[in-house]
Design a protein around this ligand. Structure first.
Ligand code: ZN
Length: 413
């Protein structure tokens, strides 16, 4: 599995949004999902069959558009000997452009995760659900269920629980057998338990330390052992920081892993939101300070602070739908750069300097623009959803731009 960065995730999300927005006049938009192990020749044969089937379509317009879309896909497939590593998702069809006009659009995506099932669908909308699901399956959590007799380590990938290792302990139960000194027996138990915990700690480190983008670790088990283990010096300090919480489970085997995920579900669902809320609160705490604190907000102020390297953490609302547009005169050196929200009239504007025309030479999604600037100065970027009250306030009251600053900056004049 290839992990997408937040930025890639955002781009993928926007692309899906665009694909989803399209609609055809009839049932004439084709979505095609090709898994990596599917032979292109089989796909071609499938499409040829669909092509001949489409002669049954009653509406002449729809029939024409469907066959044109299939032809277009067939010609695209000529460039592939085999599907790419994760397969292909292809969307082709005639969309409604104006009252009596349609225009053909096509999108080809190579997803970050393998496409599992071959799918051909012809509808009035493109079918994007399998790709949307990939976005939510990106979150990994480390899992551990433990008591004194058994432990199981696993990973939660999206909704899938993958067991990694099950260990039975050799720690004797606390019921002393007759004949032995009870005290000596206690001591032996404690030594055995310590060795057992050390072993589990080593296995946990081995399984989780190199796991990239692990959002956190959750620990379960029936008794107090899990808390004891978590508090002890058994696991790496970097991993300790990632422990989200402990939960009671009845089992410590593979079934216990599933139990653990079930019991932790609501805690996990809130995790992203809690993180976002904390960031917004940190920002709000700054601006509440009498001297304005270490904060900047609003598009222009944040852009300025970012450019001079003053921003430590950049907060951007995920719902920003703005474009940064650069125009340049065809004749002289006059140029403009402005942000637009919504519809952009792309026709040339008169140059105020020489009366010639200003034309668009660059069009950038504003989140991309800010991401790129942040990359240059080593600022970390946090995308804030509008799913929490704070995130919603952030978009409405602060235009969705804020920076938590490294040092104070005068507002841009
Ligand atoms: Zn000019």
């Amino acid at each position: 599995m290839v992990e997408m960065s937040d930025k890639e995730k955002y781009k993928f999300k926007r692309e899906l949004e665009e694909i989803k927005e399209q609609s055809g006049r009839g049932t004439e938009l084709i979505s095609l999902y090709i898994p990596p192990d599917k032979r292109i020749s089989d796909v071609v044969a499938y499409l040829r069959n669909e092509y001949s089937q489409s002669s049954n379509i009653k509406s002449k317009g729809t029939r024409k558009n469907v066959t044109a879309a299939i032809e277009s896909i067939l010609s695209k497939l000529k460039y592939f000997k085999a599907p790419p590593a994760n397969g292909l998702a292809i969307f082709v069809g005639h969309i409604v452009a104006s009252a009596n006009q349609t225009t053909m659009v096509s999108f080809i995506l190579e997803p970050a995760d393998p496409i599992v099932t071959f799918l051909y669908r012809c509808d009035s909308q493109f079918y994007t659900l399998p790709l949307e699901e990939m976005l939510t399956e990106k979150e990994n959590y480390g899992l551990l269920v433990i008591d004194r007799s058994e432990a199981t380590i696993g990973i939660l990938k999206g909704k899938r629980v993958e067991p990694i290792k099950n260990v039975q302990s050799l720690v004797p139960s606390k019921h002393s057998k007759g004949g032995q000194s009870a005290r000596r027996f206690e001591r032996l138990i404690e030594i055995a338990a310590h060795d057992y915990f050390k072993k589990i700690g080593g296995l946990v480190n081995g399984a989780f330390l190199n796991e990239k983008d692990m959002m956190g670790i959750i620990v379960g088990g029936p008794g107090a052992t899990k808390e004891y283990f978590v508090k002890g010096e058994y696991i790496h300090h970097e991993l300790k920081k990632k422990i989200i919480d402990t939960f009671d489970t009845g089992y410590t085997n593979e079934y216990g892993l599933r139990e653990l995920v079930e019991n932790a579900t609501s805690a996990l669902a809130n995790l992203d939101l809690i993180r976002e809320k904390k960031l917004i609160q940190r920002f709000l705490n700054e601006i509440r300070k009498e001297d304005g604190g270490l904060a900047a907000y609003g598009e222009d102020n944040v852009r300025h602070a970012l450019k001079i390297g003053a921003v430590d953490v950049l907060l951007l609302s995920e719902e920003l739908r703005k474009l940064r547009i650069k125009r340049k005169c065809e004749n002289c050196d006059y140029s403009t750069i402005e942000s637009y929200e919504g519809y952009v009239d792309e026709s040339p504007i008169k140059c105020p300097k020489c009366q010639s025309s200003l034309v668009i030479i660059e069009k950038t999604d504003i989140i991309d623009e800010f991401y790129n600037m942040a990359d240059e100065v080593g600022t970390s970027v946090e995308l804030i959803s509008t799913e929490s009250e704070e995130g919603d306030l952030f978009l409405r009251a602060f235009d969705g731009f804020a920076g938590i600053l490294r040092f104070k900056v005068g507002a841009k004049r």
